[in-house]
Write a protein of this length. Structure first.
Lengths: 232, 120
């Protein structure tokens, strides 16, 4: 019966929203503890559920895609908080652009260092380089730099989850309190997922995060293919 | 609200069309976001229905990442073989990016605040 219900969109949809609602309650009870991040919990619980019931991912996604679809419109909607905070973006243009540029460079550089230190496999490493940008963009860049699109996409999602869960506490530890700086860091490091997380702190932080994720995607898409051609 | 949603979809569609037509490596929704921002700037205001639709979507944005996150299960083999490398790279790489961005932005904001900055 479970398997029959899983063939219709209703079951995956209800499961996704239900599990997420429960995870959000847990997260609120633990006062937003990083390990109790709702997305992290939901993904874990759903993977466990699907594995136990031997449901293939494709069947789950056939229903869950209706939730996934709204990612596009939500990304477009980020223009609204951006617009509301345009004034501060204009007056702080220099620190904003430099912060994003430094962070966008630090990500790939750290991957190169870690690959070298741990002797990581080349194709996996190349797919990791673009992990700080949103999945559709990292998928598009991957083949140009020797990566695998589907792996690059999953690394983007993983990075988004880790950034969203642990980014804010790292920023607390560094005593970064300013909404602009917090937002920029989250958007540069963990794209839409980081933005969704920091939007819960303040709309201002969300606006800067949206700006950062857009500019990081643009910078990586334009620069990485050219850079890798120089190196290889 | 409905009109706002239609506006958002129209901008996304335009973004996708531009991305495909010019073979851009940036995704359609990000181009749509930039276009919508320019459009609001031209109008000088956020339409009320658009604001309602956008705020509603953004308030629940986190759940939208769950379906694609579950997709990690399809890569169990890669994770099994390269788990240490992937885990270290994702965690340290992300922390390096978060810290670098925030600290550089903070440093330059302070520098700008203390120096007699040129009029911007």
């Amino acid at each position: 019966m479970f398997n029959h219900l899983m063939t219709q969109p209703l079951m995956p949809l209800a499961l996704t929203l239900g599990v997420f609602a429960a995870a959000a309650t847990v997260s609120a009870r633990t006062k937003g503890h990083p390990f109790a991040n709702p997305v992290l919990i939901s993904v874990g619980v759903l993977i466990l559920l699907l594995s136990l019931t031997e449901t293939p991912y494709d069947r789950y996604f056939a229903g869950a895609q209706f939730i996934h679809f709204l990612l596009g419109p939500a990304t477009v909607a980020l223009a609204v908080p951006l617009f509301r905070h345009l004034h501060r973006i204009r007056t702080s243009a220099f620190p904003i652009l430099m912060g994003i540029a430094a962070g966008s460079a630090a990500g790939p550089l750290s991957i190169i260092l870690i690959t070298w230190a741990l002797g990581g496999q080349e194709q996996v490493a190349a797919s990791l380089v673009t992990k700080s940008v949103t999945a559709p963009v990292s998928m598009a860049i991957a083949p140009h730099i020797g990566g695998v699109p589907s792996l690059a996409a999953i690394f983007s999602v993983l990075t988004g989850m880790i950034g969203a869960a642990f980014g804010p506490s790292l920023l607390n530890r560094l005593n970064v309190e300013d909404h602009m700086q917090r937002g920029l860091a989250m958007g540069t490091a963990s794209h839409g997922q980081g933005t969704a997380r920091i939007l819960q702190e303040s709309e201002e932080a969300g606006a800067f995060s949206a700006l950062a994720m857009g500019l990081t995607a643009l910078a990586m898409a334009l620069l990485l293919p050219a850079l890798s051609r120089l190196i290889m | 609200m409905l009109k706002g949603m239609a506006t958002i979809l129209a901008f996304q569609l335009t973004g996708e069309a531009i991305a495909v037509a010019f073979h851009l490596p940036v995704s359609g929704p990000i181009i749509g976001m930039a276009l919508l921002l320019m459009w609001m700037q031209r109008n000088g205001d956020v339409d009320k229905g658009l604001a309602t639709a956008a705020d509603g979507l953004l308030a629940n944005m986190a759940v939208l990442f769950v379906p694609i996150g579950v997709g990690a299960m399809a890569y169990a083999k890669v994770f099994q073989r390269h788990w240490l490398f992937v885990a270290v790279a994702v965690v340290l790489g992300t922390f390096a990016t978060v810290a670098t961005t925030a600290l550089v932005a903070r440093l330059l904001t302070r520098a700008q605040a203390t120096a007699p900055a040129p009029q911007t």
